[in-house]
Design a protein around this ligand. Structure first.
Ligand code: TRP
Length: 419
């Protein structure tokens, strides 16, 4: 949402980006809002993702696509795919076709370093990207947009750089393979790589102010740093931006796993790609990780009570879940036993969907909670016992990461792949 649109939104009007045009829509009871900076829904069930697919013009991840993943990789599909957590895509069949013909793609994802401590929601794209890297054995580039956060947040440049460096540790702690992964911060990297800057200016020449107004809701009082930033997030979609990895090859296709709020950047990228004679990036979109208070908003680092951070102690995790996790249960035990609980709005259940890998166990919990046999307290206990060791293990891995390791991931170099 553009800065000056906030007021409009508060008055019940919002600029919804639809395709290339911007539409003023009265925010009705059922209206969702999704752009790279704001995600809200008026429904406790969260965003209506089928509607979003229609609005954005992407494709649903269906059983056919999931079966293809399994057939090509010879591995069971990740539970994020099977459970619809990654639910939408663009052109994934095409990159799979090429892969089958022996022409592998590369992966690109990123993070805007806006907070020191990352939360559980931030992990979702990285957990999934790590799985993709493992099963497809392909190169991965990870962009840290410290420049973006400098433009959008009230933050010193040095602070944005420091946060990028802190976040790199959390990213590496997800288990990426250093021989297949290049991580870069925009502020450090762009000056070191002329090919990247060359692609940026090529992209900048293809997009008008009018177009970014339509796509991102910018207006006449938006700073020019923001207006030109989309070209910086677009550039890593092209293999020619990384000559040290791809040996100057321009036609290695790119697959981008990201939360669906990042799609506007890549609609723009896909629009300019053919004009530059470069392949359009393919996309895999995830749904949002809901706030503890309910799926009307996503987990946000700026509201500590809405989030479980990767730095939280066992005790903090327990307290936050018990105190804040929105319950889909009945108001009294009698009512709950009679009518059952609602998994669609129950945050503990929703988090279990993301993190409890055992399908059978999750299914049983769903049945028993829906029937009213299990109470919310049981779901909370189950979630606490799942998340405490998970966060503890992440912290331990993070603590062991050395400056040398970070340097290795962030050094411009050839990866283990030949081009
Ligand atoms: N803009 C993203 C954010 O604020 C960061 C980002 C950069 C990104 N490039 C990306 C996210 C590619 C997903 C895919 O978090």
């Amino acid at each position: 949402m553009a800065d000056s649109d906030r007021e409009k939104a508060a008055n019940g009007m919002a600029n919804l980006s639809v395709g290339d045009g911007t539409l003023d829509v009265k925010v009705e009871e059922s209206e969702d809002f999704v752009d790279p900076w704001n995600v809200t829904s008026s429904s406790a069930k969260g965003i209506d993702y089928d509607k979003l697919i229609k609005k954005f013009g992407s494709s649903k991840i269906d059983d056919v696509l999931i079966e293809r993943f399994e057939k090509i990789t010879g591995k069971p599909a990740h539970h994020f795919l099977k459970r619809g957590i990654f639910f939408s895509h663009r052109d994934v069949h095409q990159v799979l076709n090429l892969y089958e013909q022996g022409k592998p793609f590369f992966l690109y994802t990123g993070r805007g370093p806006s907070s020191e401590a990352m939360h559980l929601g931030h992990l979702i794209p990285f957990i999934f990207t790590k799985w993709l890297q493992e099963v497809f054995d392909v190169p991965l580039v990870i962009q840290l947009t410290d420049d973006e956060k400098f433009f959008w947040k009230d933050m010193k440049l040095e602070e944005a750089q420091r946060l990028a460096y802190e976040n790199v540790k959390d990213i590496i702690a997800c288990g990426f393979d250093v021989t297949k992964t290049f991580i870069f911060s925009d502020l450090d990297f762009i000056g070191q790589c002329p090919a990247f800057y060359q692609n940026m200016v090529r992209i900048q020449r293809c997009v008008t102010f009018n177009q970014v107004k339509g796509i991102f809701g910018f207006d006449d009082s938006t700073i020019i740093g923001k207006i030109s930033f989309p070209a910086i997030q677009a550039a890593p979609s092209f293999s020619s931006s990384f000559p040290f990895i791809f040996n100057g090859k321009k036609d290695v296709h790119c697959l981008i796993p990201c939360a669906i709020d990042q799609d506007p950047y890549f609609r723009m990228t896909r629009d300019v790609a053919p004009r530059l004679g470069l392949p359009k990036p393919a996309l895999l979109h995830s749904s949002f990780f809901p706030a503890l208070q309910g799926a009307q908003t996503k987990m946000s680092a700026s509201d500590p009570n809405s989030s479980i951070f990767l730095t939280d102690t066992d005790k903090q995790i327990k307290t936050k879940i018990n105190k804040y996790a929105f319950s889909g249960g009945g108001a009294t035990i009698e009512e709950h036993k009679a009518n059952g609980g609602d998994c669609d709005v129950d945050i503990s259940y929703q988090y279990l969907r993301f993190f409890l890998e055992d399908d059978e166990r999750l299914d049983k919990i769903r049945q028993d909670y829906t029937s009213g046999e299990l109470l919310t307290g049981y779901l909370k206990k189950e979630l606490i016992e799942l998340l405490q060791p998970l966060v503890r293990a992440h912290k331990e891995r993070r603590q062991k990461i050395t400056d040398e390791q970070i340097k290795e991931f962030m050094t411009l170099r050839k990866l283990k792949f030949d081009y």
